[in-house]
Design a protein around this ligand. Structure first.
Ligand SMILES: Nc1ncnc2c1ncn2[C@@H]1O[C@H](COP(=O)(O)OS(=O)(=O)O)[C@@H](OP(=O)(O)O)[C@H]1O
Length: 372
């Protein structure tokens, strides 16, 4: 046992030429894989890719998912334990990870007390552009606006707080976290500090791979558990301009405060973990992903739905969306075990939810999905 206990963190540190490097809980052979997990999936932040990780981990270990009746927990209403399929008071699940508007007391009714809570945030300057494209039908404010530029020039002309999908059109991440509208800006820091106590790890979409490394160490999961492709990317979408990003951040000022807060805590996690060590593992993760993409996928990357032969692998296309959502086509001729593994990595969130529901509620054990 070559570690010394760090007084602040209670984890073991290895002395690396004078720099204390935290031993991963794996290295210390002291950690137990976490299997009680609350992932708050925020909108258009890369959450579907995280849900793919959780779905594969949970399915392979036969963990029980708290699933919605369909694909979301009665969003945009605040989460209620009663919206979980098969909910019985006093019974808990292992993983909850579908879209909801967070409500801590209600989530506690379905999840064990020792659950690990985490989420993901994204710069509203890019999240807002993604949301505008994706929710053109779901959010009345976006539907009314002829273009993103027109919307951003005078958002109040199109937006009404009680309008359909208002939570998606303004400060959607704040909304998803279930935070109250602050009466004054001075209240924001305390609300965020309280939120961080509930969510000790919040991933950054902009540092997705580094986030996955931090996550897998916190969860004490093996490296391969966080191998994942980028789901729900848009084909042919230009990055928002500097002016659009500026306006999106101003329009979504609470999301900007939330994002800035968790951006700072993310970098504190990185520092604590060791930046060099994190970069090394993130680079390895990217190398493995490239290999997996070449091995699994036709075209070695995302393709439009029309190019995907297997209907189950075609991602949902929101009505009225400005840009198509891309998915993955499997390389033909894969041996069965690989086809299964690649298929799970390629499976979009909605059919994966169907699969988990079938396994859990007895209409098949999911093996009928092995052949796509
Ligand atoms: N790995 C990774 N790294 C960085 N960004 C990623 C990643 N995976 C998904 N994405 C981007 O996240 C957007 C989709 O978000 P969600 O999956 O949360 O969408 S949804 O709310 O479930 O519909 C979508 O953003 P846009 O492409 O800007 O629309 C994805 O490209």
């Amino acid at each position: 046992d070559f570690g010394v206990k760090h007084p602040n963190f209670g984890v073991k540190y290895r002395d690396f030429g004078g720099i204390p490097v935290p031993l991963s809980r794996h290295d210390a052979a002291r950690c137990r894989p976490v299997s009680h997990i609350v992932f708050l999936k925020t909108h258009k932040t890369g959450g579907s890719s995280v849900v793919n990780v959780l779905s594969r981990y949970g399915e392979s270990r036969q963990l029980r998912f708290a699933l919605p009746q369909r694909y979301q927990f009665r969003y945009p209403e605040p989460f209620r334990a009663e919206s979980v399929r098969g909910f019985r008071p006093g019974e808990t699940f292992d993983i909850i990870c579908h879209h909801m508007r967070f409500s801590p007391t209600e989530v506690q009714r379905v999840m064990p007390n020792d659950s690990f809570y985490f989420s993901i945030v994204r710069d509203p300057g890019t999240q807002g552009a993604s949301a505008f494209s994706y929710f053109r039908a779901a959010a009345a404010a976006f539907r009314r606006a002829p273009s993103l530029d027109a919307f951003l020039a005078a958002p109040r002309r199109f937006f009404g707080p009680g309008g359909r999908g208002a939570g998606l059109a303004r400060n959607p991440q704040w909304f998803d976290f279930g935070l109250p509208e602050p009466a004054a800006a001075a209240e924001v820091p305390a609300l965020l500090a309280r939120l961080e106590r509930r969510f000790p790890l919040v991933l950054l979409a902009e540092r997705f791979d580094e986030s996955l490394v931090l996550l897998r160490h916190r969860l004490c999961w093996p490296r391969a558990a966080v191998d994942v492709f980028a789901h729900n990317t848009r084909g042919g979408a230009a990055a928002p301009t500097a002016a659009q990003r500026r306006r999106l951040r101003a329009w979504n000022a609470l999301d900007w405060a939330l994002y800035s807060h968790f951006n700072r805590s993310f970098w504190r996690h990185v520092q604590r973990f060791g930046a060099a060590r994190l970069q090394e593992e993130a680079a390895e993760l990217r190398r493995r992903r490239r290999r997996l993409q070449e091995r699994c996928l036709r075209g070695a990357g995302p393709v439009p739905a029309a190019a995907i032969a297997e209907p189950r692998l075609r991602p949902f296309q929101p009505p009225g969306a400005e840009h198509a959502v891309l998915g993955f086509a499997l390389r033909p001729g894969l041996p069965p075990a690989e086809r299964r593994r690649c298929g799970r990595m390629a499976l979009p969130e909605l059919p994966y939810t169907d699969l988990l529901a079938r396994r859990q509620f007895g209409n098949g054990n999911g093996t009928e999905w092995d052949d796509f």
